[in-house]
Design a protein around this ligand. Structure first.
Ligand code: ZN
Length: 218
């Protein structure tokens, strides 16, 4: 069971996480989790380019190691990179030390201030230790010149593209129905999601471009 739109209660319980951006501007934040994967990620890159759209890719460290050339293409196209742990760990079922180590292993590859917990599931103790660890890895100069705080990114619209029982058209409708100014939308550049992604992504981009929205990195 999953919810397409993130409920207010969850946002209230985890106020330090990022759920959506400014509601006053016509900007949408597309995110792609679980890549990089050959062909699938390349399809996403090609499609984004057609609409002059930028996005954020929450990569699994293990996939970066397996497909470094795809990872380089994502970066070369000017998209943002996020950390999604090295082995796609479930926070609620993993002890804090293992979770931290696995995430830092991915951090070596991604070098980013953006982190998304797999399945959106993370303990408050894990949030705390991750934030202080990532901060401690930075040099004094970095701490002064950039926003050194780790941003933990959730979402407000889940496309449901990972759901093999969902029709591609329903996946598209999910996004159209729930997206508003500043929405952070989740897609997956994975083999499992591809049927729905390939149908919904170009249509979502066309629909909101027509309505005057732009697509930016987080
Ligand atoms: Zn994931």
């Amino acid at each position: 069971m999953y919810l397409i739109k993130s409920p207010l209660l969850l946002k209230w319980y985890y106020p330090s996480l990022l759920w959506n951006k400014s509601r006053t501007e016509k900007v949408i934040y597309l995110t792609f989790d679980d890549g990089p994967i050959p062909n699938v990620t390349d399809f996403v890159l090609k499609t984004l380019k057609v609409f002059n759209a930028k996005a954020t890719f929450f990569c699994i460290g293990d996939n970066i190691v397996k497909h470094p050339e795809v990872f380089e293409r994502v970066k070369a196209d000017g998209h943002a990179i996020g950390n999604h742990t090295f082995n796609h760990l479930k926070g609620w079922k993993t002890d804090d030390e293992t979770y931290l180590k696995n995430t830092l292993k991915c951090q070596e590859l991604t070098q980013t201030n953006l982190f998304r917990p797999p399945y959106g599931r993370i303990k408050k103790s894990q949030i705390k230790s991750l934030r202080s660890e990532v901060r401690s890895l930075k040099s004094d100069a970095q701490l002064q010149t950039e926003n050194s705080k780790l941003q933990i990114v959730m979402w407000d619209v889940l496309s449901g593209d990972f759901d093999i029982n969902l029709s591609p058209e329903k996946c598209y409708q999910n996004v159209i129905k729930h997206t508003e100014n500043g929405s952070i939308i989740v897609f997956h550049d994975s083999l499992k999601a591809f049927d729905r992604l390939a149908h919904a992504l170009p249509k979502v981009l066309a629909y909101f471009t027509e309505k005057g929205f732009t697509f930016a990195t987080l």
